[in-house]
Design a protein around this ligand. Structure first.
Ligand SMILES: [Zn+2]
Length: 987
């Protein structure tokens, strides 16, 4: 039973969390903090998630250790759905083949359905169920097999045990000084042990979110009668539709069924009302709200879609709770290993060498010819104990003493039970500056085994997202201002070489991707260690090795072009010139290696900052873009946080950003009532519920709902809440804004497009699409904007998909810009199937090859290197019924740029972006090659060799990883997901 530990995430310049994976051949266990960005780092390090059976969360139940769970589990749930689907299809093919061969069915079917695959359990301390339940309005997966276990310490200690491990969670409480348990600590213990929430009710809600079944409804008492009659009708409608379509799309786990848009809503809802006006979609909530308040129920026309609610959303309010105070650590004991097989003893007992030996070695029993049964235990050496692992999470110094006491108590208990209490690896996950705490270091001195101290303040920090950092570093060669180096402001202690971990270290240096053997050998696997990220090395290689310097030459050509054009430009400055956009996340759906999910920072001089959408890990992206200090500065000046809609890829980073903003304000004791949060009204429910779990300063934030900013033609008099209209006046007078307008997006329920118009002298106008199909409303509010930030999820070949998933194609986005008369257009939110550069084809005005390669001839030979301008960008077009980008009438009408993560562009520099395109294409071509080489290193080997290699290289086992890393894998996953339908909660 071989086992080893893998460090998945460690504190670094761009991450603060620690996550460890314990590997056995058959199973994986994960311990630590699932912080925002975890799934992206798993993908970066090619960590396979499919065999994880249990995740043990450590520390306090706060967003800093749970913020990445929702994103990770959605991805894992989808990956499982794909595997289930493949397994099912494979089985069906086999069964069909068998049925053809045996038409009379006389033989028994050799292909019975496979057993249900084992699920995944998330274990955590108090409030883990409440935390998950707060997300019920934007998370739903059917049959994901994901379960949650919140520890209940009321009955004493909690133990998890299976064939491989015994896991004992320790619970530490904050304590001042090193005295014995204090009155305060005792009080905290008691408070935590009283079950403030109803755990059973929370468990049902969370189960319905992750494993919902038709009928598993959580209905609040007030809504019961109403809801049941309505749902019965909806279910009938759905069933009918399904019967009609039967056979055509009978996929298992079609979770988008839950989001089905019933075209024929129940007749009894056809009540008289003038509630729906403009583009307003009647919503389920509208119905429930109306039914409760006695207001007229919205009318549904046959063509209006009605979203069927997800089971867990029937619960309007959660049982109350308060923030937890304890921090969870783990003592992990590994099961004893079976003793060595003794052939001499087996022979003596009369067993013949051969297959029987194998059976006995594997722990089975054999029957001899004379009927004697020989058990394996008779011919094995006594079992050997394996030393355990400790995972200690100490959020701040106040938890240190209590944790030490808990460890000592655990040892005492093991000793008393005559169990092995030796630990070979101690992983200390500590808060800032605890790594030098004398009490901790003294205690470590008394312990055997190897230690690792993971602290956000330890020196020599690496980068976690090395590939994304490498891309940013290469882009930096193209332009220092538009593509800055990642994580600026960090300096290494000068003159001190960065030490590598070694086998002999008693205190190991934390490094992600570090593997440490637990059994049968022990120690560090140095050969597998990934090199540290090194800016200068990446840049050196980009100039020579990388694509034989082709990218570097293209970058230089772009520079020359820009320098030449600059001399011909009108130098008259405009007031909006210095407005800067930083595209923090430019991918859709889920984070990938090179593109994080939606977020864009806008800095308006004399005004402050706006953050447009806030996908998971936006705070980390801010740090990658601005560095630690400037991020604090950015947050201080953040005036508006805008959330366009409630898909997970647009808002999961909000709590972390707000908390960082709040802590920054508390730290500096500055006036803290200045941030306006503009979001769909439903988002406030989530934020309010979450304040019960953790204080992140919500009461200092001014909330304005997107609905209350709707343009007049879409406003209903009743919709404009009074408090909001006061706040709108307040925001406009507090900030130099002339107006903020929203218009309904055509995407999901409660989705919006927005436009901000600044007062003179700036006169800057910013329009942001969020996710949407093209709408007239957006063109109206975005009229004559300075900058249009528009989603272009799909390229034009995938127009059908754009229609089905309610997104825009590249040319639809460009058309919207032209219709508005936008001066600058920045395209973003690209489908992750284009991990790097969206598929654009260029067509020169003189009819040259549209896919001309600037390196086919040197620039001298050609006369000049062909570089396209916006007017030349022709979106690839297979169909002719869609919009075609033609040359704008006015050549300078609109500058178009493609966004990349961490790219920054000032309004005055938009014109430069077009010149970068040939170099960017070259860059991505080379990176794609590199990725394919890295992710499929065994492809050139023969099958036998490859398998052999797989056995040795632990990272290559298992089927398709859920996080696709190469273009090929991306495409494969995309195709599968496409067959399944839209992932509605994270797209
Ligand atoms: Zn969306």
């Amino acid at each position: 039973m071989k086992s080893y530990v893998e460090l998945v995430t460690v504190p670094s310049r761009d991450n603060n969390s620690t996550l460890l994976m314990l590997h056995f051949d058959e199973k994986r266990y994960v311990f630590g903090q699932v912080a925002e960005g975890t799934q992206r780092m798993l993908g970066q390090n090619l960590v396979k998630m499919n065999r994880i059976s249990d995740i043990f969360l450590s520390g306090k139940t706060e967003w800093s250790s749970t913020g990445g769970l929702t994103g990770l589990l959605l991805t894992m749930g989808d990956a499982k759905a794909i595997r289930d689907l493949e397994r099912q299809q494979q089985l069906e093919r086999k069964q069909a083949k068998y049925a053809m061969a045996n038409p009379d069915g006389s033989m028994s079917n050799p292909y019975p359905p496979p057993p249900e695959p084992k699920g995944l359990t998330i274990h955590g301390g108090k409030n883990i169920l409440s935390t998950m339940a707060t997300t019920r309005n934007f998370v739903f997966r059917e049959n994901s097999g994901i379960n949650f276990h919140e520890y209940d310490f009321l009955e004493g200690s909690v133990v998890f045990k299976d064939d491989f491990v015994t896991v004992r969670p320790l619970r530490a409480f904050p304590r001042q000084g090193s005295s014995k348990m204090t009155v305060e600590e005792n009080r905290l213990r008691e408070i935590e042990d009283i079950d403030l929430g109803s755990r059973e009710q929370l468990k049902n809600i969370v189960d319905a979110m992750w494993n919902g079944q038709p009928g598993s409804l959580q209905v609040g008492k007030d809504d019961e009668d109403y809801v049941i009659s309505l749902v019965t009708r909806l279910k009938e409608d759905e069933q009918r539709q399904r019967n009609e379509k039967a056979g055509s799309s009978a996929l298992p786990n079609k979770n988008h069924d839950r989001d089905i848009e019933s075209e024929s809503p129940p007749k009894r809802l056809k009540l008289n009302s003038d509630q729906t006006k403009g583009d307003e979609e009647p919503s389920w909530d509208g119905i429930l709200e109306a039914s409760e308040t006695g207001r007229p129920i919205p009318e549904f026309s046959a063509s209006r879609p009605l979203r069927r609610p997800w089971p867990a959303t029937y619960t309007r309010s959660l049982p109350g709770t308060i923030p937890n105070t304890s921090a969870i650590s783990y003592m992990i004991s590994i099961a004893q290993v079976r003793g060595r097989f003794r052939p001499d003893i087996a022979k003596k007992l009369g067993v013949k060498p051969g297959p029987d030996f194998r059976i006995l070695t594997d722990g089975g029993s054999v029957t001899l010819e004379d009927g004697t049964i020989i058990h394996s235990t008779q011919c094995l050496d006594p079992p050997r104990p394996v030393n355990g692992i400790a995972f200690l999470d100490i959020p701040d110094e106040n938890f240190l003493e209590s944790t030490i006491e808990e460890i000592n108590a655990w040892k005492e208990e093991r000793k008393n039970n005559k169990e092995n209490c030796a630990v070979s690896l101690w992983v200390w996950v500590v808060g800032p500056n605890i790594e030098t705490n004398k009490r901790l270091l003294d205690y470590i001195d008394t312990l055997d085994g190897q230690h690792m101290i993971n602290s956000p303040t330890s020196p020599f920090q690496d980068m976690s997202l090395k590939d994304s950092a490498a891309q940013a570093t290469r882009l930096n060669l193209l332009d220092n201002e538009n593509f800055p180096l990642p994580c600026p402001g960090y300096s290494h202690p000068s003159g001190v070489p960065e030490p590598e971990p070694t086998d002999k270290d008693r205190i190991l240096r934390a490094r992600d991707s570090l593997l440490i053997d637990v059994h049968p050998t022990q120690g560090v696997q140095l050969a597998k260690l990934r090199p540290r990220f090194d800016y200068s090395l990446v840049q050196r290689e980009a100039k020579t090795k990388f694509g034989d310097g082709r990218y570097w030459r293209a970058a230089k050509a772009a520079h020359e072009k820009i320098a030449k054009e600059a001399t011909q430009r009108d130098p008259t400055p405009s007031a909006a010139d210095e407005v800067e956009l930083v595209t923090l996340g430019t991918g859709s759906s889920m984070p990938s290696k090179y593109r994080n999910v939606s977020a864009t920072a806008v800095t308006v001089p004399g005004f402050g900052n706006i953050l447009l959408d806030c996908g998971e890990s936006t705070l980390n992206q801010l740090r990658r873009s601005y560095g630690q200090e400037k991020t604090a500065e950015f947050l201080k000046n953040m005036k508006i946080l805008y959330i366009s809609h409630l898909h997970a890829d647009h808002h999961l980073g909000t709590i972390a950003v707000l908390k960082a903003w709040f802590l920054r304000m508390v730290d500096t004791s500055e006036d803290i009532s200045k941030l306006y949060l503009i979001a769909p009204s439903k988002f406030l429910n989530f934020l309010e519920e979450y304040t019960q779990i953790e204080n992140y300063g919500l009461r200092h934030i001014n909330f304005i709902s997107c609905d209350s900013l709707l343009i007049a033609s879409q406003q209903h008099p009743d919709n404009k809440k009074r408090e909001d209209s006061q706040r709108i006046e307040e925001i406009l007078s507090a900030l130099p804004l002339e107006k903020i307008e929203t218009s309904r997006a055509v995407h999901c329920r409660g989705s919006f497009t927005v436009a901000f118009t600044f007062k003179q002298p700036t006169g800057f106008k910013l329009a942001y699409s969020g996710d949407t199909r093209p709408t007239n409303g957006f063109v109206e509010i975005g009229k004559d904007c300075t900058v249009l930030l528009h989603e272009a999820t799909f390229d034009d070949e995938l127009r059908d998909e754009a229609l089905a998933k309610r997104h825009c194609t590249t040319s639809e986005a460009i058309q919207a810009g032209k219709d508005m008369g936008a001066k600058n257009l920045l395209l973003t939110h690209f489908s992750q199937r284009y991990p790097k550069l969206p598929n654009i084809r260029r067509q020169s005005s003189n009819g040259d090859d549209p896919l001309c390669d600037p390196f086919m001839e040197t620039s001298e030979e050609r006369g000049s290197t062909y570089i396209p301008r916006a007017k030349d960008i022709k979106v690839s077009e297979k169909r002719h019924d869609g919009p075609i980008v033609s040359k704008p009438d006015d050549e300078n009408a609109m500058h178009i740029g493609f966004a990349f993560d961490m790219m920054r562009v000032k309004v005055k520099d938009f014109w430069k972006l077009e010149s970068f395109i040939p170099a960017l294409e070259e860059l991505f071509k080379q990176e794609e090659k590199l990725d394919d080489e890295l992710s499929e290193p065994n492809e050139n080997l023969s099958k036998g060799q490859s398998q052999d290699k797989n056995r040795k290289g632990k990272k290559k086992e298992g089927p398709t990883p859920p996080q696709p890393t190469s273009k090929r894998q991306q495409d494969k996953l995309a195709k599968k997901l496409q067959r399944r339908g839209p992932p509605q909660s994270s797209n």
